[in-house]
Ligand binder design. Structure first.
Ligand code: PLP
Length: 417
């Protein structure tokens, strides 16, 4: 028999949606499965600040030598300031160990591996229910045991704050707790600032170890400082924690794989030791990270003019998403939908958790039905949905445009009434 005769076929990944979308010949099909920003024409968007920064990088004809194990220092230094803030005590006192990473996923993986090796107590990591689909696999493959805490209340399509606090309190003292810093994926539901303070108190009381995943800084509210609130709060409250950062969404550097993993340490001396272990961990994984994307990000973060431009462009992306949420809700209401769609606008970030059931999501993709809208004076017409998104009811708001929102609302109204 062949060497791999007994390798089992794995299940299709999330990309199954893209394949089904591609195979659909309907002209007006809508893909709300992808976790990447699209402009109002539905096209991928390269930020003008990124184009300018990239040109500067290319024009300066830098060499292609290896970066150090922890990456491009001008990038990691600026990434830390972006997350922790320029007045951060940890930055001032040189207490942050940081390494460049293969985007957010790589940062999470380095964190998982570091905790599996060095975390002094339980190797369990608590993640919210639900969480980004890859968290489970990343942490399991890092050698951690993944446990869930309550997060989403399906009855209110909101945060189950009491359940979350209850689970954090019930977890053994010193547990590792993964927290989405902003724009929780997949629900788009974040704790309020007041709730973050309470979470900080519980985490402190229980001596838990927080692991922040910040994949959307700036992308949620349009303001990088506001989105970093939980991270900065936890620092100011004296927590020791670690942080995964991604520049995929907020700089649109998806395929460049730019990220950072950092550990906020007790002292500069501790940071040195932690840093040495990060290097020991990274070296056999990939030796050192790619430089191009990090140079682009560094240019944007360190050049005051470009930085200002970028902040405006991030806000532009966040604002378009926020306005598409409002437009989708309005269109549903205009169609006479009896459901309460307020969660669409109260949620934040790339995704809306619609509350639609798997059967309804199936219908959205496949069903053709006869519908009649208020303003279709020529009566009923055949309506093919061809709306593709994940079965859990999560839709990427980035895939909504002024051109397709009406048709989308009609389809959602159709499958929910
Ligand atoms: N964490 C969360 C919550 C995400 O939603 C994502 C991407 O969708 C990531 C991390 C990692 O993304 P990337 O590896 O592209 O930076």
């Amino acid at each position: 028999a062949s060497t791999w005769a007994s390798v089992p076929q794995g299940p299709p990944a999330i990309l199954g949606i893209t394949e089904a979308f591609k195979a659909d010949s309907f002209q007006e099909k809508i893909n709300l499965g992808v976790g990447a920003y699209r402009d109002d024409k539905g096209k991928p968007y390269v930020l003008p600040s990124v184009r300018t920064a990239e040109k500067k990088v290319v024009d300066s004809a830098l060499d292609k030598e290896y970066a150090g194990i922890t990456g491009v220092p001008s990038f990691t230094k600026a990434a830390a300031i972006l997350a922790y803030g320029s007045s951060s005590d940890a930055i001032k006192n040189d207490r942050i160990a940081i390494t460049q990473s293969i985007s957010g996923t790589g940062a999470l993986r380095i964190g998982g591996e570091f905790l599996a090796r060095h975390y002094p107590s339980s190797k369990k990591i608590y993640i919210p229910t639900p969480s980004w689909a890859n968290h489970n696999a990343v942490f399991k493959d890092s050698g951690l045991e993944v446990v869930k805490y309550k997060y989403y209340n399906k009855d209110t399509i909101g945060l189950d704050f009491d359940g979350m606090v209850e689970d954090l309190k019930a977890a053994p003292e010193g547990s590792i707790v993964l927290l989405h810093a902003c724009a929780h994926n997949p629900t788009g539901i974040d704790p309020s600032e007041q709730q973050w303070r309470q979470i900080s108190d519980v985490v402190k009381e229980k001596r838990h170890y927080p692991f922040f995943d910040m994949a959307y800084q700036g992308f949620a509210s349009g303001d990088t400082k506001k989105d970093a609130f939980p991270v900065r709060l936890f620092e100011s409250q004296g927590h020791h924690f670690c942080l995964a950062q991604s520049f995929a969404k907020n700089m649109g550097l998806y395929g460049e794989r730019v990220g950072a993993f950092s550990i906020c340490c007790e002292s500069a001396e501790e940071k040195k030791r932690v840093d040495s272990q990060l290097k020991i961990l990274v070296r056999p994984l990939y030796s050192n990270p790619p430089v191009h994307g990090a140079r682009i990000a560094a240019e944007i973060l360190n050049n005051p003019e470009l930085n200002q431009q970028w902040l405006e462009e991030v806000k532009g992306m966040a604002d378009r998403i926020i306005s598409m949420r409002a437009l989708l809700k309005k269109n549903l209401e205009d169609l006479g939908s009896k459901h309460d769609w307020s969660h669409i606008t109260s949620q934040i970030g790339m995704f809306a958790y619609t509350g639609l059931k798997p059967e309804q999501m199936d219908k959205l993709a496949k069903e053709v039905s006869r519908i009649c809208t208020k303003d279709s004076y020529d009566g009923a017409y055949m309506h093919q949905h061809s709306v593709y998104a994940t079965k859990d009811g999560r839709i990427s708001v980035a895939g909504i445009t002024t051109g397709n929102v009406k048709r989308l609302a009609e389809s959602i109204h159709q499958v929910t009434s």
